[in-house]
Design a protein around this ligand. Structure first.
Ligand SMILES: [Zn+2]
Length: 349
């Protein structure tokens, strides 16, 4: 290629500028603007090629011509940018004009779901036990007679085994009537020391009423260690700690002797009525105390049933009804409210 003369390059630059600006002035769409950009400023565009060819100019002529080339390039780029901006803005305004936006309309209200109050209470209860070092273990709802009754020292003629009380399934199976089967399931598989809580659903043939439901939730808990390491004092200490964590640090707790087939001795734990502070009211049936849970030292026959030597190991166990604790804690007086799933009720928690 023959060497360029300085004046030729100047003329070419001016020509490119004039033509590009004229075309841009007439273009009416983003596509047209883009095609001008590619033709002039693209990798093999007119201006790009011209700037590249300027290397062939004599060295002393280059600075002045280079300056002009940069000026032309910047001018065209700036014009393209402002046109693009203008066109996009016009497009936006057009679309807003077609679909008017009324900023005074009320917004859409979003309803945020939350966990069911019984789930909230269950989680709270398990958190307290977990903080005391108890492990949470899930155990089966469908059981056999051995894990639900036999291993828990229920006599063969115990009334709980009655068809009136228990849902029996085919093949000698049944729906567990309490979470105490968790004790048997875990102890069968592991050796002490153990500190475990087993939450879950239980089933009994009760009609749904203010106080009963055919399906309800319990949390079973137990701790087993070498004989002498776990006593009734540990049971009282753990349950008192638990009840105060749940009902408040000032809660007064008492233990009453009781009877369960799977514990010996057995005790029920009460808290001072939180509604009347002990003065007597409808909830506590004027007694000033609310019965909360059953507990006791694991019966030697239960330890034997899972292959533990009762001379070597000892443990305590307790069981509590989640609905009952929720009723008291949330100040609700009808068990059915938990199962009807009325959002007006559930939304309060
Ligand atoms: Zn009361």
């Amino acid at each position: 290629m023959a060497a360029f003369a300085k004046s030729d390059v100047r003329q070419s630059l001016e020509a490119i500028r004039a033509q590009a600006l004229a075309e841009l002035a007439e273009s009416s769409g983003l596509d047209q603007i883009e095609s001008v950009r590619v033709r002039v400023l693209g990798r093999s565009g007119e201006l790009t090629e011209l700037i590249r060819s300027m290397r062939e100019l004599p060295e002393h002529e280059r600075p002045a011509v280079g300056q002009l080339a940069n000026q032309v390039k910047r001018e065209i780029e700036a014009r393209i940018e402002s046109l693009q901006h203008e066109l996009r803005l016009r497009k936006l305004n057009e679309s807003l004009a077609q679909t008017p936006l009324d900023v005074t309309l009320p917004g859409v209200r979003f309803f945020h779901g939350h966990t069911h109050p019984l789930t909230q209470v269950t989680e709270r209860l398990l958190d307290i036990w977990a903080a005391m070092g108890f492990e949470v273990v899930a155990t089966p709802d469908i059981e056999d007679d051995f894990h639900n009754f036999g291993a828990l020292n229920f006599a063969p003629d115990h009334p709980a085994r009655d068809m009136q009380d228990t849902f029996f399934l085919d093949g000698g199976l049944l729906l567990r009537t309490h979470t105490s089967n968790g004790q048997i399931r875990v102890m069968e598989q592991r050796r002490p020391p153990l500190a475990v809580v087993c939450p879950g659903a239980c089933y009994r043939r009760d009609e749904l009423s203010v106080r009963y439901s055919p399906m309800f939730s319990q949390i079973e808990g137990f701790a087993v260690d070498d004989f002498g390491k776990i006593t009734m004092a540990h049971l009282k200490g753990a349950l008192t700690e638990f009840l105060r964590a749940f009902f408040g640090p000032e809660s007064e707790v008492r233990f009453r002797a009781s009877f369960f087939p799977f514990t010996e001795p057995s005790a029920e734990a009460d808290v001072r009525c939180i509604f009347c502070a002990g003065a007597g009211c409808r909830v506590c049936k004027q007694s000033g105390w609310i019965e909360i849970l059953g507990s006791g030292m694991i019966h030697p026959n239960v330890l034997r049933a899972v292959g533990y030597d009762p001379e070597r190991y000892a443990g305590f166990a307790f069981g509590m009804g989640v609905e009952r604790l929720a009723l008291i804690k949330l100040g609700v007086d009808d068990m059915r409210l938990f199962f009807e799933n009325d959002l007006r009720f559930l939304g309060q928690f």
